[in-house]
Design a protein around this ligand. Structure first.
Ligand code: AMP
Length: 305
């Protein structure tokens, strides 16, 4: 907490943003950007902390991007808590917040030219959310153009998103340093997410099953299992003990193309998505990560419930 030092400047228009960013960049100062859809939680705030550490100033964008929601998804009910978000972001040292409305973000309607993610965008979540990553990359590219940040921070919780953004910056030479930050979790391992607010109490209890499934597969990997199908089966078996959890996918993937390797190796991920009632949650673990996130609770193993 920075208490009475809160200096957050809210801008609503592209013109105000350009002016504010020009001032922040004066003297060659490096500005970090944390793009969000708001309803901020500790996961977002940890990105602000990390941004402050690696740059001279940290800025945040808060925009629920319609382009990345499919028909029937939760665009209308997505939580919008701007006042609270601004207070939290200010306390955590953000100096600039850009919170445009849809017309300001996309003047003249949805952009005609959009960023195509390529085959990586059809894997994992992309197979179930057609157009989602095109919407994500398009808004991120636009935010990079508007902010021109030196650094941008993304959470590893959204594995496919962070890898695609990295890939976009490399493939299109966008000149932004992309930093990926560890997943922040609740005490029972559930990854923080704005969508956790949708969960009923029984669903919330079962949501911990995602982390248990990832932990069980990671434990099997550490014990020497290298067969992606068997690692996946360990996760699926663990999830099957949670009757409210409906698995959408669980896959071992390598980070370059998000393909399933013939043999799992350190640095590969097990990624999964599941529904709890009407809520869709995703999570992943880096198999055998040498430096597990210090904020992770110790592995709970199997049979804890
Ligand atoms: P969102 O507002 O959901 O679009 O997320 C904005 C950024 O916060 C994305 O880069 C997410 O990956 C990141 N993020 C969301 N949840 C977490 C979490 N539990 N830990 C770390 N980063 C997160």
């Amino acid at each position: 907490m920075r208490g009475d030092e809160v200096l957050l400047h809210l801008v609503r228009t592209r013109a105000e943003l350009a002016e504010a960013m020009a001032r922040l960049r004066e003297g060659g100062r490096r500005v970090a950007l944390v793009p969000t859809m708001g309803a901020l939680h500790e996961g977002h705030l940890a990105l602000l902390d990390q941004g402050r550490e690696g740059a001279d100033a940290v800025a945040i964008s808060i925009f629920v991007n319609p382009l990345q929601f499919g028909p029937g998804e939760d665009l209308d009910r997505y939580p919008r808590t701007l006042e609270r978000d601004l207070a939290l972001a200010g306390e955590r040292g953000a100096v600039l917040a850009f919170a445009p409305d849809r017309d300001e973000m996309y003047p003249g309607g949805d952009p005609q030219v959009q960023v195509t993610p390529g085959p990586m965008g059809d894997r994992l979540c992309g197979a179930f959310r057609p157009g989602h990553f095109q919407g994500v990359l398009t808004v991120v590219a636009r935010l990079f153009g508007l902010f021109r940040p030196a650094v941008a921070l993304f959470g590893r919780k959204d594995l496919q998103q962070s890898l695609l953004v990295r890939r976009m910056v490399t493939d299109l030479e966008l000149g932004v340093e992309v930093v990926t930050a560890p997943t922040v979790r609740e005490a029972d391992g559930l990854a923080l997410s704005s969508r956790n607010a949708y969960l009923t109490p029984p669903e919330r209890t079962e949501a911990a099953g995602l982390f248990r499934a990832l932990t069980a597969a990671d434990t099997a990997f550490r014990e020497g299992e290298r067969d992606p199908d068997r690692l996946r089966a360990v996760a699926v078996e663990t999830l099957s003990r949670y009757p409210l959890l409906r698995l959408q996918y669980a896959e071992v993937v390598e980070p370059e193309r998000l393909e399933t390797p013939s043999e799992a190796a350190p640095g590969h991920h097990l990624a999964l998505a599941a529904h709890l009632g009407s809520t869709r949650l995703i999570d992943n673990v880096a198999l055998g990560a040498e430096n597990p996130d210090p904020r992770l609770p110790s592995p709970t193993g199997e049979g804890v419930r």
